[in-house]
Structures are given as C-alpha cells and as structure tokens.
Design a protein around this ligand. Structure first.
Ligand code: FMN
Length: 305
C-alpha cells in the first residue's frame, strides 16, 4: 500500500510534511502560492516585524562547500504593509499559511502578533533568533530561557492562533530553552534557525558577507538540527517541526525519526529548485514504502527506541 504522507500539526492537516521555511521566498503572497503549487504542504512567509526595515547591504548570501551563509538582516515592509500579502497567500495558496514574526522587544512581538492574528491564521511561528534591543549585549531572545519564555507568554496572551516557537541551535542546552517555551505556553517548536558562521576571502582577508558574520543554512546545519530535534523530543510534550539542511527525502526522514512531525525546507530550494518540495515528498514516500512505514506519525521519533 502507498504510504500516507499527510502530516498533522496541532490539528492542522498538511498534504505532505514539507513546509516552505521563513525568509527564503520573501513575504510575497504570490511567492508563497508558487511554493504551494510546487508541492509545499504549508508555507511560512518571511518574518514580519513592527515596522519597515531595509536589512543589510549586499552581499547578503554566499555559498560555501556545505551550505550557505546569510545575513539579510530581516528586511521587511512592516506588519501593516504585509498583512495584504499574507492574506493573499491564505486565500490563494490552497495550503496552510503560517505567518512568522519577530520584534526587537517583547512588546513589539506582542503588537505584531496581535495584528497578524486579525487574519485568523491557525498557526503562527515566532522567530526568536533576533537581537533583544533592550539587552546591553543585544543577545537574541532564543539564547535566553527567560527572554524566550517571556516573549512566548506575551504572544500567547495576544492571539487565538496556536503558537510555534522557533529556536536557535547555538545554545549550551537546547532542552532548557524548549522546556521554557513549553512552560510559557508554546503549542509547538520549530528547530532550528541558522547557526552563526563566517567566511573569509583567503586572498584579500575580507569577510565575504557585507555584514561580515551571518547564519549557516543547508547541509552543514543538518546534523546540528537533527541533534537539536532529538534533544527537544526527549524534553517536551509538544510537536516539533524540523528545519536545517533538508534537501532530499532521506534528510526529511532523518528529522522525522529524530522526532519531527514535519520539516521546513529553505536552502534546499537553491540546490534543487522550487519543486524541491515535490521531490522530497516523492523520495520520502519511496523510503517509507521500502522500509515499511505507513504514516509520518508512525515514523516520528523512531530513533528514540
Ligand atoms: C536567506 C535566508 C533568510 C532567512 N530569513 C528568515 C526569517 O525571516 N525568519 C526566520 O525565522 N528564519 C529565516 N531564515 C532561516 C530559515 O527559515 C531556516 O530556519 C534555516 O535556513 C535552516 O533551514 P534550511 O537549511 O532548509 O535553509 C532564513 C534563512 C535564509 C537562508
């Protein structure tokens, strides 16, 4: 029998477990529809902040041998100007649309969440990997149990949507952050955002990114993400969405076996084209058939036995 590729996250049904990761196709509603048309089971537009932001100067994205480094600097047109694009995607993509948000302060997260919630999404993703502008060192919210928990608690108080906390991999013990956001009311966790990284031109000594430092995505991130998912699965009772280097069906299977209920794909688009979603689903289906898995649920967390 053909395996059942459907995935369920907090009661929301996806035709397959691949999700467009935030930031890769921008906020444009048409771009989200394009990913859905090419097989994405759900889509996440670029993270929306409180106001318009330019982002960093070019180059913002460079390739290295095992992935990409990016420092785009969260460019976006602000929540008020982005609602129309997200609404367009919700009406026309035919798949669940999961708005993503960020802020520089807890209050900004709360404000943006409240506005996004007026669109009545079923799920929203909270990007905690942005600097806390009230912290002396500008530490990202995702790096502190206290900050991450407080943001999630505030967002939860402002929305009817279920809240997914997106965590960062560069923490000493991701279980403690996962437990903190679960305790604060997060309904699910996405693991993970990019890992800090840097590349330097060996001839000139100049950093390749204009921002000098950035975030690693793609294949180099995958074992780190799988490890984070594995750890989080042991620590909490809420669903996990995997992200980081999913390029082939086998990569998706690996994350699901570590404990993910679904997987996001971002950088995979650069390697395999926009129909990476359909390709990964097809490969995953074949792998499931060959190894006797009837459903995604049956496969989730099998590596913990
Ligand atoms: C160019 C670029 C922009 C990104 N922008 C965002 C963003 O706005 N919000 C967010 O939560 N993650 C953002 N990410 C992180 C991705 O959503 C994802 O977590 C990460 O890239 C790992 O998955 P991947 O290896 O499949 O790309 C961005 C990644 C890239 C490469």
């Amino acid at each position: 029998m053909k395996p059942d590729l459907r995935a369920k996250i907090l009661g929301v049904e996806l035709g397959n477990p691949t999700i467009l990761a935030s930031g890769i196709m921008g906020v444009s509603g048409a771009a989200c529809c394009y990913a859905a048309k090419n097989g994405a089971g759900a889509v996440i537009p670029k993270s929306i902040g409180p106001k318009e932001r330019e982002g960093h100067a070019n180059p913002v994205l460079v390739e290295f041998d095992k992935g990409f480094l990016n420092a785009v600097g969260l460019p976006n047109s602000g929540v008020d100007n982005s609602l129309g694009e997200i609404e367009f995607a919700m009406k026309n993509s035919g798949v669940p649309v999961i708005p993503s948000l960020f802020g520089g302060t807890k209050e900004e997260f709360g404000m943006v969440a409240e506005k996004l919630d007026t669109l009545r999404p079923q799920l929203i993703e909270v990007n905690l990997s942005c600097p806390n502008t009230q912290d002396d060192f500008g530490l990202a919210f995702a790096l502190s149990e206290k900050d991450a928990g407080e943001v999630i608690k505030l967002v939860k108080s402002k929305v009817r949507a279920k809240v997914i906390a997106k965590l960062a991999p560069n923490v000493p013990d991701i279980k403690t952050i996962a437990r903190a956001v679960e305790k604060a009311g997060a309904d699910a966790i996405t693991a993970v955002n990019t890992m800090p990284g840097m590349a330097i031109d060996a001839k000139t000594g100049n950093p390749l990114l204009h921002n000098k430092q950035g975030g690693i995505s793609g294949p180099a991130l995958r074992p780190i993400a799988v490890n984070c998912i594995y750890e989080i699965y042991k620590a909490v009772n809420i669903p996990i969405i995997g992200a980081g280097g999913v390029t082939h069906g086998e990569d998706a299977a690996e994350m699901i076996m570590a404990g993910a209920a679904a997987v996001e794909i971002g950088t995979g688009i650069y390697y395999r084209g926009i129909d990476v979603f359909r390709k990964v689903s097809g490969e995953l289906e074949q792998l499931m058939a060959e190894n006797g898995y009837a459903t995604i649920k049956e496969m989730t967390g099998v590596s913990h036995r």
